[in-house]
Ligand binder design. Sequence first.
Ligand SMILES: *Cc1c(COP(=O)(O)O)cnc(C)c1O
Length: 458
Amino acid sequence: MSKEIQTILASLPSVDVLLKQIDPVYPHGKAKEATQEVVARLRESVVEGTRKTVIDREEVLAMIHKQLEEKQFSLRRVINGTGTVIHTNLGRSSLSKAIQEQLLATSFNYSNLELDLASGKRGSRYSHLVSIVKKLTGAEDVLVVNNNAAAVLLVLSTLTQDKEVLVSRGELVEIGGAFRIPDVVTSSGGTIVEVGTTNKTHLRDYEHALTEETGAVLKVHTSNYRIVGFTETPKLTDLATLAHANDLPLINDLGSGLLMDMRPFGLPYEPTVKEVLDQGCDIVTFSGDKLLGGPQAGIIVGKKEYIEKMKKNQLLRALRIDKMTLAALEATLALYLDEKEALKTVPTLQMISLSEEDCLGKAAELAAMLQPITELSIKIEKDSSTIGGGSYPEHLLPTYAVVLSCEKFSPDELQERLRFAVTPIISRIKDNCNFLDMRTIAVEEFPMIQECLQEIFG
Ligand SMILES: *Cc1c(COP(=O)(O)O)cnc(C)c1O
């Protein structure tokens, strides 16, 4: 090793010395990790000869702080410019800011999670949701698990183990992530009995399929898949009458689980949870983080007698939700007690109901903020957003996007630079440009986009 290299290496401050001067907002473990990485990187470049000047402490500290700021955690907030409201890769629904206080209070302190405050005796974590779910859906009882896939598994393994489950051939769907209805029935110990045909299933098809071994009739929302044209399925009320005449439960996996009518916002008719319960379904399951706009959860509502059995199933312990999810779910549901309030405060609903004019107004605002970046070419274009999460698969929402292009980078390169921002920005490439859809970006996020682009274009 040359004398010169030795001198530069000697100028490199030690990890211990540097650590004492790191901003205390960063957790010690993270600070230590970043410091070790930066010091090792500098040492390597000195030994390799790419670094030829002595190193001063301020320079190293700045590098460490930059790394801490950029790489604080692997899981990070991102800005969703894709226009897909319920984007599974981006964490589906973002929670309402209105529930922050409740989430903080219950998560950072002890809570009455399993304590009945009235009697002082042991309570049930699921009891907290009973009265609000009853108000919103009319259901007798409720149970919540990790996600809707778990909900379906728990329902079937409780009610139809070693029994036959009747499902229409038109509803034997795969939802994504390898969740296939026939496989779920089989893995929960039941036997699937296919009823009707792909496009048409009649009430008499269900009737003819009934045997001594039948355990339930299962309806499945086809979510991300539609059969159109010459199709038919029996009315839910008729199916319920048939199931009840044979002492069987009618189970409905609703997927998204709407709590309010979305037709006023131009969306096609979809039954709400309350409607399918009113039409005679005994058990209904749906997701917490699809159209509901809450945390990831699987919600099971319906008849007490069936839900009581599920509470005794060993599997429930393995699928049980934690207190943070429960707090977020109860607080999200509480927003629905006033539908106007829910539309304003639940981000998923707020984004879906945003009008075309509102999207245009937001686009104009962001475009004006970016105008001073002369190297960037900015346009505003009419475009379409999708809802995602398997909900309303064919329906597009009219929107406006801020469309970015430049001479310096190819569309892919610009997209990558946006993704590498301190708060990554996820864009959509169309017509060789980067589209930022205004439906899924909040006005509060505009300054971050401005800052990121200022940095990219120096
Ligand atoms: C999305 C969906 C599921 C799975 O729900 P997760 O909450 O993602 O586990 C199950 N069934 C239907 C019909 C769905 O649409």
